[in-house]
Structure formats: C-alpha cells, structure tokens
Design a protein around this ligand. Structure first.
Ligand code: FAD
Length: 459
C-alpha cells in the first residue's frame, strides 16, 4: 500500500491513472491547471475537445474495467450505443477503395460495441466517477512546478502553484504520475535533476483538423450515427458522429500543406462533407444548422519519449498517456492507449509492492511498438536495409489482399476486431482466415481463367 500518490493532469489518462491507483494508495491527489467545469463543457487544457472523438471497442472495455459503471453513465447522459450484429446498420466505415461486408451479421457483436458521446461528456462522466472515489482528491486551478528529489535516485514529490493566489506548495508523494499530455515537461525537469534526457522518436504529418458542431433536424431520415471515411486516393479523412442530445460533430482531417483553402463556414464544411458522406445523407446534411464556429487544431505529428531506453530512471515517477507517447489522432487510438497504460499501472501495482520504472516502461514498450509502427506515414519508415524493405512490401501486399477479401464477413469481422485492438494483428494470419482470403481470390480468378480457356479452345 502506498501512502500518497500524485497524478499530474486531469485529462483522460490522468483520471484513469487515479482510478488505477485508488485501490493501492491511501490517498490519490490529481493536480490540474484548468478550473474544471461541473458540466460537460470545453476547456482550455483540452484543445482537441471540439473535434470528433471515437473510441476503439478495446478502449471502452478497458475503461469500464478500470471505472465500472462508466458506460451506463455515458448512455444515461445521452450517448448512442452501437452494438448491432450487422456492422453497417448504424456505422459507415470506408477505407479507400475497400468495401467491407456490412450486411451479414458478425459472430460476436458485443466485442465490437462502441458508444458515441462528445469528448467533454466523456471526460465529465469519468471525472464524476473518479472524484466520487473516497480517497481521490482533484485539485484544479493548480500549475505543476518542479519535481522534488528528497532522496538519491527517487522522486519524492512535486511543487504546485495556485493559479489564483500564486501560493506555492510541495506535495510529498511515494509515487508521481505524469499525465500532462503533449505539453509534458518531465524530460526537462529530469534533466535539471541530473538525469539524461530520454531519447525522443517522432514522425511528421503536419496534420490539421477542422470541426464544427451541428444539429441535423432530419437526423432520423438516415440510420447511420457514425461515418468515418478515407476517400480513395486522398490524404484526408472525413468524419461525422452523433453525440448526446442531438449534437453532431463534423470533422475534416487533412494535411497542412494541402493546397485547398481551409473551411471557415458551414457551407465550406458541407462542401467537403458531401465528398465523403454516403449520398443518402446529403439532403439531411444540407439542412444542418451550425452550433459552433469551425474549430481548427494543428499538430506536427507523433512523439514517443523513450524512457525505456534511459540508463537510469528515478523511482517514484512514471509517465503515461500522451505525455509518454502521442500518436496521430486520425487513427482514434489515443484514449484506448491511455486506458491500456493505466491498466498496466494497476497490474504492476497489484503484483508488486512498488512499481519498478524500468519494468513498467518495458511492458508499455511491448504494447506501444506495433501501434507506433502502424502510425508511421508512408516514406517515413525505419527500414534498415533490403530485408526490411522486402518484408514491409510483402506485408503491405498481404494486407491489400485481405482488404480486397473483406466482402467475406469472417474476414471483415477479424479486420474490424484488429483495428479495434480486440485481437492482436497476428490473428489475421490464422489458417482459417488465410483459407477464406485464398478462397475469395480463387473465386475471383476462376471465371477469368475459365473464360480464358474457352477463348483458347475457340481459337
Ligand atoms: C484533434 C484530436 C482528435 C483526437 N481524436 C481521438 C479519437 O477519436 N479517439 C481517441 O481515442 N483519441 C483521440 N485523440 C487523442 C486523445 O485526445 C488523447 O490521446 C487522450 O485523451 C489522452 O490524452 P492525455 O490524458 O494523455 O492528455 P491530455 O488530454 O492532453 O490531458 C492533459 C491534461 O494535463 C493538464 N496539464 C497540462 N500541463 C499541465 C501543467 N503544467 N499543470 C497542470 N495541469 C497540466 C491539461 O490541462 C489536461 O487536462 C485525439 C486528439 C486530438 C488532438
């Protein structure tokens, strides 16, 4: 049992870490810079708040495990439940030219269940649950100052500043968790304490999100509640998601160097939306009413602070969530990964008396590495030679063949389970799946070969 744990940042990663710590710490204090609203509203520290957030099914399962009852809260607050056996009933997902089977039923719809709410509602519902834990205190309106190292090789606390009064105070802690997101100052703070700066890996995408909240008066004229499309041959993506109480978020995600003029009005946004949304939704979309301005969010790419590669990490300090590894948001994996980090924290806390930072980061590295690799934009891979290149090309070719075979519901279900992190990627290579992919391509090739034979016979 730890006496006092301090979590820096009350975003999703910080709140989930607090939930994970609550059963092994006497007291958990969460420190947050913003004044936290007592309703689901946007706040300064979460600039991604107005943009489309859709969680992977694995994310929902993991959050529910850490904070039981959260899904019921989200649904009671107006969230939509998407758990249909026919995947396409209320979800339209399209990846380039590949059409997924959306009409046959999947075998295990519960594993692929997802829930739709705005980001402010998700965070508010989570904060409500975590703040109700008897040993969790949320201290908002406080900036984090310095890490305190009262013993050699160990972080023993942190200084915090009250933003209203300017008063500074030290919080002593057995364990400090940094969950301050992309703005993390831990690498620099550790350097001032004499530690080497953690090596940093990064990739560049120069991404930009444009989003607008809408009301769609004719929303019942179409069944879909989530539309996520990568149009064929495009670098951009489009998304339309229902939120609570008749709000919709329309998002266009693209690259900052795209030539076209940025959308600034509802008319601009709708002109882009009709390029990706299924055509039967267009009439309702054209009658949409704006509930907000067009919000813009720019980001350079992804960053992974490799604490696992540091020769020395102090005891009593761990970094999780975006502060450890921040991905490209277009893949919608950030909250799921934050939840998995918090779950790993709980496992380490339960299995051992104290968490060994090196072992903790090694566990997270095994989890992050494949996701990080899948986030690399084309042309920025870390291929080390001909062998790597051949392996990557072979992988891409096999993936293309599998995507082409996705009008088989068994292949579709497996692909969707992998994208949702319900299954690990290697389950795509199971003999049962490979056999169905091969059968699909054989069926496609057979009429062709038969007609070739016929032509030869006639000539
Ligand atoms: C545009 C966009 C769209 C996204 N869409 C999705 C999606 O569809 N699905 C998905 O799963 N993920 C998505 N993500 C990613 C997701 O938002 C994050 O990965 C996830 O919320 C985890 O973030 P976090 O809690 O680690 O950090 P953050 O959300 O950044 O929270 C950090 C917290 O720390 C506080 N803080 C920072 N500095 C200090 C300080 N010095 N003192 C005190 N407090 C401080 C901040 O105020 C904030 O509350 C998206 C991200 C972006 C940018």
């Amino acid at each position: 049992m730890t006496d006092h744990s301090v979590v820096l940042g009350a975003g999703i990663a910080g709140l989930l870490a607090a939930a994970a710590l609550a059963d092994t710490s006497r007291v958990v204090t969460v420190v947050e810079r913003d004044r936290l609203p007592d309703n689901p509203s946007q706040r300064r520290g979460i600039p991604q708040g107005p943009h489309l957030h859709s969680l992977l099914s694995r994310g929902w399962h993991t959050i529910e495990e850490l904070v039981p009852g959260l899904i019921d809260d989200v649904v009671a607050a107006g969230g939509h439940v998407l758990d249909d056996a026919r995947l396409g009933a209320r979800m339209h997902i399209q990846n380039g030219p590949y059409a997924f089977n959306r009409t046959d039923p999947v075998a295990d719809p519960a594993a692929l269940a997802t829930y739709l709410v705005t980001r402010p509602l998700l965070e508010w519902a989570l904060r409500h649950r975590v703040a109700a834990l008897p040993n969790v205190i949320i201290k908002d309106g406080h900036d984090i100052g310095e890490l305190v190292s009262g013993k050699p090789g160990r972080i023993t606390g942190v200084t915090i500043n009250d933003r209203r009064t300017g008063a500074m105070k030290t919080l002593d802690a057995d364990l400090v968790i940094d969950a301050t997101g992309r703005a993390t100052r831990t690498p620099r703070l550790l350097e001032t304490l004499g530690y080497d700066r953690a090596p940093r890996q990064s990739f560049t995408v120069r991404g930009v999100y444009y989003s607008q909240q809408l009301a769609i008066p004719d929303q019942d004229s179409f069944p879909e509640r989530l539309v996520l499309v990568v149009p064929p041959g495009s670098a951009g993506r489009g998304g339309l998601a229902a939120g609570e109480h008749g709000t919709w978020t329309l998002t266009i995600a693209t690259h900052a160097d795209e030539r076209s003029a940025p959308p600034t009005t509802l008319a601009d946004m709708l002109a882009l939306a009709v390029k990706f949304a299924p055509s039967h939704i267009h009439p309702a979309l054209r009658r949409a009413v704006p509930l907000s301005d067009v919000e813009v969010y720019r980001y350079p790419g992804g960053t992974w602070h490799r604490y696992d590669r540091c020769a020395r990490n102090p005891d009593g300090l761990l970094v999780i969530g975006d502060a450890l590894c921040c991905l490209d948001p277009i893949h919608g994996q950030g909250i799921t990964m934050a939840a998995r980090h918090a779950q790993t924290l709980r496992t380490h806390l339960r299995e051992r008396k104290g968490v060994d930072p090196q072992r903790f980061y090694q566990s997270l590295t095994r989890m992050i590495a494949p996701v990080w690799a899948s986030n690399q934009p084309p042309g920025q891979t870390s291929d080390r030679g001909v062998k790597d290149k051949v392996r990557r090309r072979a992988f891409q070719w096999s993936l293309r063949k599998m995507l082409e075979a996705a009008d088989d519901i068994v292949v579709t279900e497996r692909l969707v389970r992998i994208v949702n992190m319900v299954d690990p990627p290697q389950r795509l290579l199971e003999p049962r799946i490979l056999a169905r992919v091969a059968a699909y391509h054989l069926r496609k090739a057979l009429p062709l070969s038969a007609s070739c034979l016929r032509t030869k016979a006639h000539s």
